[in-house]
Design a binder for this molecule. Structure first.
Ligand code: S3P
Length: 445
């Protein structure tokens, strides 16, 4: 446990690049391992979650190495070429690592045992178990499909057309990845568009992926099975979900002005930026371009008053990881912010809806927690602060409350900063370099 305290910040100043995109990093490794030849990855996120994917792929027979030049190289085994691991695959805290890997394994004729930390072992895996069993995989798990679990992939997989019961890019991706070693066409049908990094990355490696809008607005995403994937060069943009923390800090700490470079601006990920702009945020885009098939921009962010807004449920998939930090922005805004469609927050690394409601109340912010909604009554300036927050193995809860402390009258403490390593290594040093005052919780403010 590493307790930390965040106190009223100096104005944020500077130009930074936050670490690489987590979603893209997992996918570059996984798809690189299934390609033929060498994949070279620049800007890979070296957070614990992604390192778990790398370790699992090594255990499955792929050669995954970090060079002294910080560039990662993967020697792929080709589709269907993974071998049975001798030990248990520990996916740590990462739902993405676990669910995407299960998709890959579902069409490999081998048996693998998967486990994770306490947080991952309480998360629902049934959502991938159900479609993967349709390919012919066998999965033995604890109640609700919970980990630890064993998966025996199908020797003779059958293509599947699966309608997603929840808006989840992880489930969509598990289905598409299982479809890679399956003859014929595999389709995932989604009612709400979720992040499409798997589709973009598969295309980048040479797979045929098609997205068709059906009557009623559903999206049918199909992959043609057994494609020739060839090793590629991948540049990973900065993670918008990590950029969100310095972005909101710079908006709520008076006098701030920062630049965030190379931020991935995939429209299916950028819902937070749209929402902040609706709240009156001063965010400007520069140097807009494409990297590895993904839109990227530099963002100039300046502090200024924010006003509460209503965030529709339809926007949830495009900012699903950003509600904790949006709730922090809403806490110092003028007026009320209402967020709808948050049921999925209850099954993230922690129950984030409950964690935000509890933590904000402890910091003197008035909130109302609904079954799948959150109402935050903004303080119209610094929040009272002073709360002690249990992070419950959740990196984003840890970072969100450290940001709240930067714009609160009294410091905010978190009981454990260690989970931050899963997605944002170097967070505290980077934030302190910009103006934050984060230190050990025993130290004076
Ligand atoms: C992710 C998808 C999201 C997100 C997670 C990463 C991905 O989960 O919360 O942090 O990389 O596909 P769901 O798709 O299950 O909502």
């Amino acid at each position: 446990m590493q307790p930390l305290k965040s106190s009223i910040s100096n104005p944020f100043r500077g130009k930074i690049r936050v670490p690489g995109d987590k979603s893209m990093s997992h996918r570059a490794l996984l798809i690189g391992a299934l390609a033929v030849g060498e994949t070279v990855i620049e800007g890979l996120l070296e957070g614990e979650d992604v390192l778990r994917t790398a370790a699992a792929l090594r255990a499955l027979g792929a050669d995954v190495e970090r060079g002294e030049d910080d560039v990662w190289r993967v020697q792929g085994v080709g589709i269907g070429g993974l071998r049975e691991p001798s030990g248990v695959l520990d996916m740590g805290n990462s739902g993405t690592a676990a669910r995407l890997l299960m998709g890959v394994l579902a069409s490999h004729p081998l048996t693998a045992f998967l486990t994770g930390d306490e947080s991952l072992c309480r998360r629902p895996m049934e959502r991938v178990q159900v479609p993967l069993e349709q390919f012919g995989a066998r999965i033995v798990a604890r109640e609700g499909g919970r980990m630890p679990l064993a998966i025996t992939g199908a020797g003779d997989p059958m293509p599947v057309a699966y309608r997603l019961p929840v808006a989840s890019a992880q489930v969509k991706s598990a289905v598409l990845l299982a479809g890679l070693n399956t003859p014929g066409k595999t389709t995932a049908i989604e009612a709400q568009p979720t992040r499409d990094h798997t589709e973009r990355m598969l295309r980048h490696f040479g797979a045929e992926v098609e997205t068709v809008e059906e009557a009623g607005g559903e999206l049918a995403v199909s992959v043609a099975g057994q494609p020739e994937l060839t090793g590629r060069h991948v540049q990973v943009p900065a993670d918008i979900s990590s950029a969100a923390f310095p972005m909101v800090a710079a908006l709520i700490v008076p006098g701030s002005g920062i630049t965030l470079t190379d931020v991935g601006m995939n429209p299916r990920r950028a819902g937070l930026v749209d929402t902040l702009i609706e709240m009156g945020a001063d965010i400007n885009f520069h140097n807009e371009r494409e990297i590895a098939g993904e839109p990227v921009a530099d963002l100039h962010v300046r502090a200024g008053g924010l006003t509460g807004v209503e965030v529709p449920a339809s926007r949830a998939p495009s900012m699903i990881d950003e509600y904790p930090i949006l709730a922090v922005a809403a806490s110092v805004a003028c007026g009320t912010t209402v967020m709808h469609g948050l049921a999925e927050l209850r099954v993230k690394e922690s129950d984030r809806l409950a964690a935000m409601a509890r933590g904000l109340s402890a910091c003197g912010v008035q909130v109302e927690e609904g079954k799948d909604s959150l109402v935050v009554h903004g303080c119209g300036g610094p929040a009272p602060g002073g709360g002690s927050i249990e992070t419950d193995l959740d990196h984003r809860i840890a970072m969100a409350f450290l940001v709240l402390g930067m714009a609160s009258e009294k410091p905010v403490t978190i009981d454990d900063a260690e989970p931050i390593e899963t997605s944002f290594p170097g967070f505290v040093e980077l934030m302190n370099g910009l103006g934050a005052v984060i230190g050990p919780s025993g130290a004076a403010a």
